[in-house]
Design a protein around this ligand. Structure first.
Ligand code: MN
Length: 569
């Protein structure tokens, strides 16, 4: 085992719950190796170390250590609860549920993933652990076979990187995209490395030259920066930008940008002024994300100037706090609230949930804009916002949302009318439950059906959705009307539109006698505004085959324009 994986545990005393969780995970995964050849627990340690670095609380660190125990070992959620308590079991359970969802790249499934994430976001810590888990998996993706690499990389760029971005975790989002990029676009990646490398080096050298100049300017104006550094643009975002600029590297001005971190907001604006005084800015390139933060909360000042040797150079100016937020986003907020004296998550849930929800709703608002059916999405959010809806999962990992209190019957009708009608029993999370069982978010529901089975009237007493109610009632109506029909089958009327001629009625009636069909009555009427006649022939009940034979034969009669039929009620 790489000793750095475990070194961070040294600060915990032996009887600390983090150490206990580590020992537990080590024991649970003792027979498992990762594809990398490492003992599996190394993965748990890495995931936990990341959330610890993000400043998250002990419960999150413990849950991170245990995050794969229920999914991958013989230990159960109950074991977790018995050993580590309710809060940690809740977090681990959430992670197990996300884990069991598979992403196949189709749109519906992405939608499902999103829905389930919303549910799990009842506690953002689940998402933080999930993102940390994904990050580590991406870092070790090289050992898997190509097909799996592609699938995971795609899922990462399509779901986890945007999710991190929308949570304001800009740095992690970029990191995930960069890790996925070579697997998704191997050729482009190779080209980029080859082409950009020289440019990068040149720009880096240039940035090193500019740095002391900036430092001097700041010093002259009595501003002491926290840090000035040069940051190279990520390959993945550079590639995206190049696609918009005809693959012309000269048009990309932030290949290497200079980042100035200062102590206060006033300093940010002061520094911006100093830079503009020294070097003329490119018009339209000054962006004040402090006054107008990006939708994900990102704050910073950006400007692009004709810098030393007239080279176009981008600067980013921000405070330490903004910097931390830009890197860590929601996780930073969360950690910050922790240190403000909130003791545990659950004890202060209502108070905390409020502040959190506001930020989260804001995120979701922005997030939903990127979805085609955002209107629908927002509507369901506004009406239900997690409280009155539950999200359950099919054995195929599709997510179905239902009102709170919904039963397996509601679920069955939501899947398909016939599954509802023929429902004979239900399993929830593998256990047989009564049909009036109250489903809960995250439940995996499996409906058993029996051919020819009909819905029971008693279901109406407990189903929650109007859809299920309607379908049950309509099935009952059908049952009674088929019963009536068996007693009295409907008569058939053949309707003919024709030009009148002598012998027509005889020709028509001979078709019926040929086919041995009794005529109840025959009626011929002149259409008032044309020379056509409407002829209708009423017979007893006929089967479809017989009717078709009649229609075919009548169509062959001279002067017939149109033939149709109807059942009399
Ligand atoms: Mn994992």
């Amino acid at each position: 085992m790489n000793s750095s994986s475990i070194k961070w545990l040294e600060k915990y005393s032996k009887d600390n719950i983090v150490i206990k969780a580590y020992e537990f995970a080590k024991e649970a995964h003792k027979n498992d190796l990762r594809k990398t050849g490492d003992p599996f627990v190394v993965h748990c340690l890495e995931v936990a170390r990341t959330v610890e670095r993000w400043g998250l609380d002990e419960a999150t660190i413990v849950a991170a250590l245990l995050h794969d125990v229920v999914e991958d070992t013989s230990y159960t959620l109950k074991d977790i609860k018995d050993n580590f308590g309710k809060e940690i079991a809740f977090l681990v359970d959430g992670l197990t549920k996300v884990e069991s969802l598979q992403y196949t790249g189709n749109k519906g499934q992405a939608e499902n993933m999103r829905k389930l994430m919303i549910v799990i976001s009842e506690d953002l810590r689940v998402i933080f652990i999930k993102l940390s888990d994904r990050w580590h998996n991406m870092k070790t993706l090289g050992v898997f076979r190509e097909e799996k690499q592609k699938r995971i990389a795609k899922e990462t760029t399509e779901i986890y990187a945007p999710l991190a971005y929308r949570l304001g975790m800009q740095w992690l989002s970029g990191e995930l995209e960069d890790l996925a990029f070579p697997y998704i676009h191997p050729q482009e990646y190779k080209w980029l490395i080859k082409t950009v490398d020289a440019h990068f080096k040149e720009r880096q050298k240039y940035a090193e030259k500019v740095k002391p100049k900036i430092a001097k300017i700041l010093k002259k104006n009595n501003i002491e920066p926290v840090k000035i550094d040069a940051r190279a643009k990520r390959y993945s975002s550079l590639y995206k930008k190049l696609l918009r600029y005809d693959m012309n590297l000269d048009k990309v001005h932030d290949l290497v940008a200079l980042r100035i971190i200062v102590k206060t907001i006033e300093d940010c604006y002061a520094v911006l002024g100093m830079i503009h005084k020294e070097w003329p800015p490119l018009p339209g390139r000054v962006k004040d994300y402090i006054a107008l933060p990006k939708p994900n909360g990102y704050r910073s000042l950006h400007t692009t100037v004709f810098c030393v040797n007239d080279k176009i150079t981008e600067f980013q100016i921000r405070t330490e706090e903004m910097h931390e937020e830009a890197e860590m986003g929601a996780a930073a907020h969360w950690a910050y609230q922790q240190t403000k004296g909130t003791k545990t998550y659950f004890k202060n849930k209502s108070q905390k949930a409020n502040e959190k929800d506001i930020a989260w709703i804001k995120q979701l608002n922005n997030w939903s804009k990127n979805f085609e059916d955002s209107e629908k999405f927002m509507q369901s959010l506004k009406v239900d916002f997690f409280k009155d809806r539950i999200f359950v999962v099919t054995p195929e990992h599709d997510v179905v949302d239902l009102p709170a209190g919904a039963t397996p019957i509601d679920f069955a009708y939501r899947i398909h009318t016939e599954i509802g009608n023929q429902c004979s029993g239900a399993k929830v999370n593998g256990n047989i439950v009564p049909l009036d069982y109250e489903l809960r978010s995250g439940d995996i529901v499996d409906i058993m059906t029996q051919r020819g089975k009909k819905p029971s009237e008693s279901w109406l007493e407990f189903v929650k959705t109007s859809m299920a109610k309607e379908r049950i009632k309509s099935s009952m109506r059908k049952k009674s009307s088929t019963f009536k029909k068996r007693l009295s089958k409907p008569n058939v009327t053949i309707k003919i539109i024709t030009e009148d001629r002598s012998g027509l009625i005889k020709d028509v009636s001979s078709v019926f006698s040929e086919l041995k069909v009794n005529i109840i009555n025959i009626n011929s009427q002149r259409n008032h505004d044309s020379s056509f006649h409407n002829v209708s022939v009423k017979c007893g009940f006929l089967n479809q085959k017989k009717i078709e034979k009649i229609l075919v034969k009548i169509r062959k009669i001279k002067e017939i324009k149109e033939v149709s039929f109807s059942y009399d009620n």
